[in-house]
Design a protein around this ligand. Structure first.
Ligand code: BG6
Length: 485
């Protein structure tokens, strides 16, 4: 897979939080690995700023987000030569002439990245079209969340589809670019031993948990509108669920993979009415201690309404109605200001039907396969072994597989891989329109019920694992969240 060159990458929201924290560091790392061929990168922003000021701002952001070992001034010089800044208001058609003047109309590989609020996508795309900047080979990346419910997502999709064909549209979910997620696919579909176990006969339940120790940082304006459910659950957690639960695709090819993911979303048991109260927990953090520092409650964060009902935590129990997964609960959880930053997928196997050893606890000794996506990436399999010595005592042991073991190769950042794939026109790890619509369709009743009830999320102390109700969600099924492993 190669990037057709020369390319032009036009980044709307070019000085925004995402661009500075993730996109520019990812592009710089591609440069460092000599994977960026000849091409130009245009940061688009609304402030009138001098070129050198913008470059300094981007450099500062890049160097504060990449490891010290990768801060290479020669590489930065090469990278900076590709960068230009264009001051433009995405909603003002006239401004686009400034951009048009800088682009090469014969560029074979033009990629627009919309890293702004999705309510602006329709205007930006329409203005690109009016300025004749969308060639038949151009592509567009749409950052999540796309819309705030099914109706708005459909509306945005329709506006973008007026000017781009589906094959030109790359809906990004950066969790699909994480190394361990790819490894999960390899582990499932390149090994024979797992497939026979990967179903309701052998698996007790699955947990997918993304916890963050950070609060809302400087993104309160965005977060107040979105909340944890739209920010993380509707996209990242559902995508991870799809990869864990999907049937083996016929090929590692974009539509084959996406077809299987859509089938999982379509098979999700609808959660409506009383089920929402029973199986979906919302929380909001109150003051506490995070990473050793006292932190304020969510409602006291800058830019947050003092009566805000926005959830900073969600946990839910989900079921998939098909032969493979009938009766296997999937517990999903995500939140800000939790006890630690981590992301894990835990596949909990059933306990053995009968033990010939005196196991202390058959349940806690049951096999467990843990995919850890962050902060340290790796895979662990919990098995049982004999305790050395006389007698037949059994104890748990863990087999670990760590990407660092592979010749200490640098693990690429998720955005690095996905930006490369989009520039190289490979949409396998991006969402297709029907996937997105099915996901919104499934979550819509939950969001509508919350909006109607106007009830407040349950509070939890910052620095803990979330509200008590989330613990209870599993406890009432006789289970526990996998914590502190
Ligand atoms: C983003 C969310 O999509 O993912 C953020 O908007 C969240 O709120 C981030 O912090 C988490 O990503 P990662 O890769 O740091 O786990």
């Amino acid at each position: 897979m190669q990037i057709e060159q020369p390319y032009e990458l036009v980044l709307f929201g070019g000085l925004g939080d995402l661009a500075l924290r993730k996109l520019f560091p990812a592009l710089y790392l591609l440069e460092l690995d000599e994977r960026l061929p000849e091409g130009r990168i245009f940061a688009i922003g609304r402030k009138a700023l001098e070129h050198k000021v913008v470059i300094a701002q981007i450099k500062k952001a890049v160097f504060s987000h990449v490891q010290p070992d990768y801060q290479d001034c020669d590489c930065w010089q090469r990278f900076a030569k590709r960068l230009s800044y264009v001051c433009l208001d995405g909603q003002n058609p006239e401004d686009f002439t400034v951009l048009a003047a800088q682009l090469d109309e014969n560029c074979p590989n033009r990629l627009f990245y919309l890293a702004t609020a999705s309510s602006l996508y329709a205007d930006i795309v329409a203005n690109l079209n009016t300025s004749e900047l969308i060639q038949p080979t151009a592509k567009v990346i749409l950052e999540k969340p796309i819309g705030h419910d099914l109706a708005s997502a459909k509306e945005i999709n329709k506006s973008v589809a007026e000017h781009f064909d589906e094959k030109q549209i790359y809906r990004i979910d950066h969790y699909l670019g994480k190394e361990t997620v790819q490894n999960l696919m390899v582990l499932r579909f390149a090994n024979f031993i797992f497939e026979s176990q990967w179903n309701q006969k052998y698996i007790d339940h699955i947990q997918i948990s993304i916890s963050e120790s950070l609060g809302v940082e400087k993104r309160a304006g965005f977060y107040e509108q979105v909340g944890a459910f739209r920010d993380m659950m509707q996209n990242h957690l559902l995508q991870l669920l799809c990869i864990v639960a999907m049937e083996p695709p016929a090929k590692m090819e974009p539509n084959a993979v996406r077809d299987e993911k859509v089938k999982v979303i379509k098979a999700l048991r609808p959660i409506e009415g009383q089920d929402i109260l029973d199986n979906v927990i919302r929380g909001q953090y109150k003051k506490g201690v995070s990473d050793g520092h006292p932190v304020p409650k969510y409602r006291d964060e800058d830019g947050v309404d003092e009566n805000s009902l926005t959830e900073t935590f969600v946990a839910m129990k989900v079921e998939i109605e098909n032969w493979r997964w009938a009766g296997v609960p999937f517990y999903l959880r995500t939140g800000k200001r939790l006890a630690e930053r981590s992301c894990e997928i835990v596949v909990q196997f059933k306990e053995i039907p009968h033990s010939i050893f005196s196991l202390q606890d058959k349940k806690t000794m049951a096999n467990k396969l843990i995919f850890r996506l962050q902060p340290d990436e790796g895979i662990r399999l919990q098995l049982c072994e004999k305790k050395v010595g006389s007698g037949m005592k059994v104890r748990p042991m863990t087999l670990s597989l760590n990407p660092d073991d592979q010749n200490a190769a640098r693990v690429p950042e998720a955005y690095e891989r996905l930006l490369f794939d989009a520039l190289a026109s490979n949409p396998t790890l991006f969402l297709r329109d029907d996937e997105l619509m099915e996901a919104w369709d499934w979550v819509d009743p939950i969001l509508a019920a919350w909006q109607e009830s106007e009830s407040a999320p349950e509070s939890y102390t910052a620095g803990t694992w979330g509200p008590a109700a989330a613990t209870l969600l599993l406890a009432k099924d006789g289970r526990l969240w996998n914590e502190n492993n």
